[in-house]
Design a protein around this ligand. Structure first.
Ligand SMILES: Nc1ncnc2c1ncn2[C@@H]1O[C@H](COP(=O)(O)OP(=O)(O)OP(=O)(O)O)[C@@H](O)[C@H]1O
Ligand SMILES: [Mg+2]
Length: 514
C-alpha cells in the first residue's frame, strides 16, 4: 500500500490514547491492518455523524462503537428504530464473513454480550419511559402534536396560564381538562392572554384527544424517567447500554424523536459543567436522525442547535445516524467533529447532487478521489475522519470496519421477556396519578355546580320569601377562592414560585427547577 498514506494514517491515529477502533485503512482495493483507524474517547464529546445509503452498515457502525464504549466504562444510550440493535445484549456467533473481516482488519474478534437495559414508550418492548407534560414543555409538545406556529404559541400561553393558576400538568388528561375548561366554563379567562382564541384552544383540544386515542397517554405522567439511570456503570466496570426500542412506535416518528430530544435537554439541565473529560459520561446515538429535523419549526431547530452545542461541556457526546448529511441542519452539522461516511449511491441526478454536497463536507486529501471512493465503498466500509487529541479533523481515510462482537440482529421475545422485569423496569412499571390540573378543575367544576345549585335554591327562596341574599357570581368566586387557598393549591403554588428561574433550555423543556 501507498507508504505516504500509511505514514499519514500512523500520525493521524496514535495508539497511546484511549480510543475506540473503527477498522483498517483501505486503498485501491488493498486493506492494511496497521495502523488501525481510531476515535479517541476524549474526542467523543465533539459529537459525530454516521451517514450513508441504506444497507451500507450505519447501524453496525453504531453497534461496534457502542460496544467498545461500554467495554471502556462509558455508558451509552441508543435508539433502536428498526429493532435490529437489541442483539448487543447477546454474544455474536462466529461466521465466515465475520472471520474474514476480523482477519482483514487484524482485529481480535471475541464474541461478547453487553450489559443492556431495554426501554420503550409503550412498556411492551422495554421498561416504560415516561415524562410529565410540564417537563416536556410547550415546544416539544407542539412538535409531537404537529402544530403550526400560531397554534404552538397558543399552546405556550396555555402552559403559562397553568403556571399562573397553579395548575399542575402531569399527564395528557391534565392538559385535556385545562383546554376543555378554557373552551367552555373558563373561556372568559382567555381575555387576559392576548392571542388565545377559543377556536385555537378547540383545535388543541382535538389534537390532544387524537394523541390520547393513539395510546400516547402511557408515556406522559409519573413516575417520570430519571435520566441518572442512563449513567450507570456495572460492577465489572462496563458502561450500561440503554436501548430505547422503538419498533412498537415506528409509525410515530414525531413522538419518539421528540422524546429523545427531551432526554437530551433533561441531561443538559441535570448534569454539571465538567469541561473536557478523558472519556465521556454518556454517548447518545440518534439513529434515523432525519426524523428529528423533519418539519421542525425554526425555534425547535434553534433549540436543538443549542442543546448539541452546550451538552458537550456536560460530558455528553451525540452521534447522529442518517442517510445523508443534508438531513441535518448546517448549524448542527458544523458541530459534528467525527465523521463516518458510508457509501452513497449515484443513480439519479439528485443522488449526484447529494454526492457532491457530501464530498464538500469532507476534509481534503491527496490520497483519494472523494466522489469516486464514496460511490465505490463496500458494505461495512466508510470514509472516516476523526478528531485528533488537538481537536483538529484528520484527513479522511477509507476504512474497512471491524465486526461487532455482539449479535448482529434482534432479540427474540424470549430474550426480551426477562428484561421487562429488571429492577429498573419495575421502578417505572406502574403509573401514579397524583393530584394535578384535572383533579383541580374537576373540583372547581363541582364547586361551581354546587354554587349554582345553591343560587338556584336561594332564588327559589327569594321568590318565596322575597328576601335578598348573596349573588351567585360571588358564591362562585369564593368557591374558587377557597379552592385556591386549599393546602393542595398552596403546595402547588410554592412548587411553581420556587421554580420560575427558567434555564436556557427552559423554553424547550418547559423546565421548572425543583
Ligand atoms: N462492521 C460490520 N461488520 C460485519 N458486517 C457488517 C458490518 N457493517 C455492515 N455489515 C453487514 O451489512 C448489513 C447491513 O448493515 P446495517 O444494517 O448496519 O446497514 P444500515 O446502513 O444501517 O441500513 P439501513 O439504512 O437500512 O438501516 C449487516 O446486516 C451486515 O451483514
Ligand atoms: Mg440501520
Amino acid at each position: 500500500m501507498n507508504d505516504a498514506l500509511l505514514a499519514a494514517a500512523t500520525s493521524a491515529f496514535p495508539t497511546d490514547l484511549p480510543a475506540i477502533t473503527l477498522g483498517a485503512v483501505t486503498h485501491a482495493g488493498a486493506i492494511d491492518p496497521q495502523p488501525l483507524v481510531r476515535l479517541p474517547l476524549a474526542m467523543m464529546t465533539r459529537h459525530g455523524l454516521i451517514a450513508g445509503a441504506t444497507g451500507t452498515g450505519k447501524t453496525k457502525t453504531l453497534q461496534l462503537m457502542a460496544e467498545q464504549l461500554s467495554a471502556q466504562g462509558v455508558p451509552v444510550f441508543l435508539a433502536d428504530v428498526k429493532g435490529d440493535v437489541g442483539g448487543i445484549a447477546m454474544a455474536g456467533t462466529a461466521h465466515p464473513r465475520i472471520d474474514e473481516r476480523a482477519k482483514a482488519t487484524g482485529y481480535t474478534w471475541q464474541p461478547t454480550a453487553f450489559p443492556v437495559e431495554l426501554l420503550s414508550l409503550t412498556g411492551r418492548t422495554g421498561g416504560q419511559l415516561r415524562a410529565t407534560v410540564s417537563d416536556f414543555g410547550p415546544l416539544l409538545m407542539a412538535k409531537v402534536l404537529g402544530l403550526n406556529e400560531t397554534q404552538s404559541s397558543v399552546l405556550a400561553l396555555v402552559f403559562k396560564y397553568c403556571d399562573d393558576k397553579g395548575l399542575l400538568l402531569l399527564d395528557l388528561s391534565d392538559l385535556r381538562e385545562v383546554l376543555q375548561y378554557l373552551s367552555e366554563d373558563g373561556a372568559a379567562e382567555l381575555k387576559d392572554y392576548g392571542g388565545m382564541s377559543k377556536a385555537t384552544v378547540g383545535v388543541l383540544l382535538r389534537n390532544i384527544i387524537g394523541l390520547e386515542s393513539q395510546g400516547a397517554d402511557t408515556f406522559f405522567g409519573e413516575p417520570a424517567f430519571d435520566l441518572n439511570d442512563l449513567l450507570s456503570v456495572e460492577r465489572d466496570g462496563r458502561g450500561l447500554v440503554s436501548v430505547l426500542s422503538l419498533s412498537d412506535v415506528q409509525d410515530k416518528p414525531a413522538l419518539f424523536s421528540t422524546f429523545m430530544l427531551w432526554m437530551l435537554a433533561e441531561l443538559y439541565a441535570m448534569l454539571p459543567e465538567v469541561g473536557d473529560l478523558a472519556k465521556p459520561k454518556l454517548v447518545f446515538f440518534f439513529d434515523e436522525a432525519h426524523l428529528l429535523f423533519d418539519e421542525a419549526s425554526k425555534s425547535m431547530r434553534d433549540e436543538i442547535e443549542k442543546v448539541v452545542r452546550l451538552v458537550r461541556s456536560k460530558g455528553v457526546g451525540i452521534f447522529f445516524i442518517t442517510q445523508h448529511p443534508r438531513d441535518i441542519p448546517e448549524t448542527v452539522l458544523g458541530q459534528l467533529g467525527n465523521r463516518v461516511q458510508h457509501a452513497l449511491r449515484a443513480f439519479t441526478p439528485d443522488d449526484e447532487k447529494q454526492l457532491r454536497s457530501t464530498a464538500r463536507t469532507i476534509p481534503k486529501t491527496d490520497f483519494y478521489d472523494i466522489e469516486a471512493i464514496l460511490t465505490s465503498l463496500g458494505t461495512g466500509e466508510a470514509l472516516v475522519s476523526t478528531l485528533t487529541a488537538k481537536g483538529t479533523p484528520t484527513q479522511p481515510f477509507a476504512c474497512h470496519l471491524v465486526p461487532p462482537s455482539s449479535r448482529m440482529g434482534p432479540l427474540t421475545p424470549d430474550e426480551i421477556a426477562p428484561r421487562l422485569t429488571t429492577p429498573q423496569a419495575r421502578k417505572y412499571a406502574t403509573a401514579v396519578d397524583r393530584d394535578s390540573a384535572r383533579e383541580m378543575l374537576e373540583r372547581k367544576h363541582a364547586a361551581a355546580e354546587q354554587a349554582a345549585a345553591a343560587e338556584a335554591a336561594v332564588a327559589a327562596n327569594v321568590k318565596a320569601k322575597a328576601a335578598p341574599t348573596a349573588t351567585g357570581a360571588r358564591e362562585e368566586e369564593s368557591a374558587l377562592g377557597s379552592f385556591l387557598r386549599s393546602p393542595v393549591a398552596r403546595t402547588i403554588a410554592v412548587t411553581i414560585a420556587g421554580t420560575l428561574t427558567r434555564t436556557l433550555l427552559g423554553a424547550l423543556t418547559g423546565k421548572r427547577r425543583r
